[in-house]
Design a protein around this ligand. Structure first.
Ligand code: NAD
Ligand code: MG
Length: 397
């Protein structure tokens, strides 16, 4: 079996289990990660499982894979739970400070950052400060604070390996050439459930309709982001910082089958893509084993019958979020944090039935256009624009 330790030069002779911290274990990515861990026959050992307040799921997961620690970020939820069902060797920790400390524990080899939204920044930051290899699902971390996060990773000698399927594909395709030889990075997008809706039909979209994604099964926030195509906007910004490319190198193509996960065009005209089933277990596992590979519980592509792959340009008129993402990727500075916070708050309002589907992008555009832009903000300044953007969304009616 090939080595997958955080030391990339390990050989079979130095094979040892890889200790993983799963931050956000009770979510969609977290559950897929547990599947990967259980299927790994001891290759991956969960050191820590952390969640916000779903304590019963956390106990169930702890019983299934026996981590050294479980962490509950919300103290009220932790106090309300009867923890007698926890395995005897699993310890309980409560609160964000405990999580920050445990992700930096010397025994942790890789941290899977799978909290949803801007809440994910803090523990990812702590893991990077501690020099950990971070398998990053929480794209909002890079959208908010890309330059600062990449700078921290470089300073601390840590590494970020993308979990987002598009970025995992780009990361893999980039290995076919030198970074200087890349002409374009093309992110694929399924187009979501409303790809063929007219502009008028989009105004009538309900929460239940928006929560039904045609190809991916995901948490509620990213499912709404996929329906508005704000997910692609966030991913453009994520790619800008993760790969250190000029925003003008970035493009989006609609690919409804979600099989080609993204493409890289090199200067000679070659286009290198990564393909796979729409199953997050594959990019999650790759982010844990990279640069090596091993058997994966994910579904496999079947070439025994006809397989059609379609590509078409996105309609920026009906899906203005993509344009906002390109603009924010070009602007840098505070733009990503503002777009991210405005979107998070707007999606929250939409899910509560207090905002129209089509108003999500509209209100984000307004808040982005009216905010006080700064080109090189500090982390505190980013937190401040995040708070202000959320307040602006609350005023919308
Ligand atoms: P989810 O809503 O299903 O799960 C979120 C997880 O984060 C839960 O475990 C929850 O307990 C935890 N959490 C939420 N708020 C928290 C807080 N304040 N403190 C600590 N923990 C908190 O979300 P998801 O779909 O699994 O997505 C997770 C991240 O991965 C997001 O950033 C998303 O954009 C990204 N991502 C998800 C998918 C997918 O297929 N689901 C694909 C690509 C990228
Ligand atoms: Mg994605």
């Amino acid at each position: 079996m090939p080595s997958t330790n955080s030391n990339d030069d390990d050989t079979d002779a130095t094979w040892r289990p890889l200790h993983v911290a799963i931050v956000g274990s009770t979510g969609s990515i977290g559950k897929s990660a547990i599947d990967v861990i259980i299927a790994s026959s001891g290759r991956f050992v969960p050191f820590l499982l952390a969640a916000h307040r779903n304590t019963s799921k956390l106990i169930e997961q702890a019983r299934a894979c026996k981590p050294a620690w479980v962490v509950v970020v919300d103290p009220i939820a932790a106090a309300a739970e009867d923890w007698s069902g926890l395995p005897s060797d699993t310890k309980l920790a409560v609160g964000s400070d405990a999580l920050d400390q445990l992700v930096g524990d010397p025994r942790v080899d890789r941290v899977l950052a799978a909290i949803v939204g801007s809440a994910g920044l803090r523990s990812t930051w702590s893991a990077l400060e501690a020099g950990k290899v971070v398998a990053l699902a929480n794209k909002e971390t890079l959208v908010m604070a890309g330059p600062l996060v990449m700078e921290l990773a470089a300073r601390s000698g840590s590494r970020i390996i993308p979990v987002d399927s598009e970025h995992s594909a780009i990361y893999q395709a980039m290995q076919a050439g030198h970074p200087n030889e890349v002409r374009k990075i093309i992110l694929t997008a399924s187009g979501g459930p409303f790809r063929k809706h007219s502009a008028e039909a989009l105004t009538l979209v309900t929460v239940a309709e928006a929560l039904r994604h045609p190809t991916w099964s995901m948490g509620p926030k990213i499912t709404i982001d996929s329906a508005t195509m704000m997910n692609k906007a966030l991913e453009l910004i994520e790619a800008r910082w993760l790969f250190g490319v000029d925003a003008n190198c970035l493009d989006v193509v609609i690919h409804p089958q979600s099989i080609v996960h993204s493409l890289v065009e090199f200067i000679d005209g070659s286009v290198v893509a990564q393909m796979g089933p729409p199953d997050m277990r594959l990019p999650i596992q790759y982010a844990l084993t990279c640069p090596h590979r091993m058997e994966c519980p994910a579904r496999r592509l079947d070439f025994s019958g006809p397989l059609t792959l379609e590509f078409e340009p996105p309609d920026l008129g009906r899906f203005p979020a993509v344009r906002l993402g390109l603009e924010a990727a070009r602007a840098g500075g505070t733009a990503g944090a503002v777009l991210n916070a405005a979107n998070e708050a707007a999606v929250g309002r939409f899910l509560e039935g207090r905002m129209l589907f089509t108003d999500i992008a509209k209100v984000c555009e307004r808040v982005l256009g009216e905010h006080r832009y700064k080109s090189s903000p500090s982390l505190d300044e980013l937190m401040h624009v995040d708070t202000v953007a959320r307040q602006e969304i609350e005023k919308w009616n």
